[in-house]
Design a protein around this ligand. Structure first.
Ligand SMILES: [Zn+2]
Length: 94
């Protein structure tokens, strides 16, 4: 028997985004607001994240802006992201 824990995240509940540096493991947390920019480098080790000004960075910025806009649109439904595999993540951390 397999037991899987699932959770869902409502878009309206997302208030910040985290950028995890693959080089040093630092986490940059940025509030999800109109001032949010995609970082150009890690604030800890200065690893360059060269995608910020390219198409991928701009697309990511548009995605963040859509998340913000979603809060004020007032759909007749809640849009949620479903997350699976929480059991494995909790096991890794214990
Ligand atoms: Zn770093």
């Amino acid at each position: 028997m397999t037991i899987e824990t699932k959770a869902s995240i409502n878009f309206a509940d997302i208030n910040a985004v985290e950028f995890h540096c693959k080089q040093c493991g630092a986490i940059l947390i940025r509030k999800l607001d109109e001032m949010l920019r995609v970082p150009r480098a890690c604030g800890n080790c200065d690893a360059q994240w060269n995608f910020a000004d390219g198409p991928e960075g701009q697309e990511l910025l548009r995605f963040f802006r859509r998340l913000l806009a979603y809060r004020s649109i007032g759909f007749a439904f809640d849009l949620r992201l479903q997350v699976v595999g929480l059991d494995e993540e909790l096991k890794k951390k214990s």
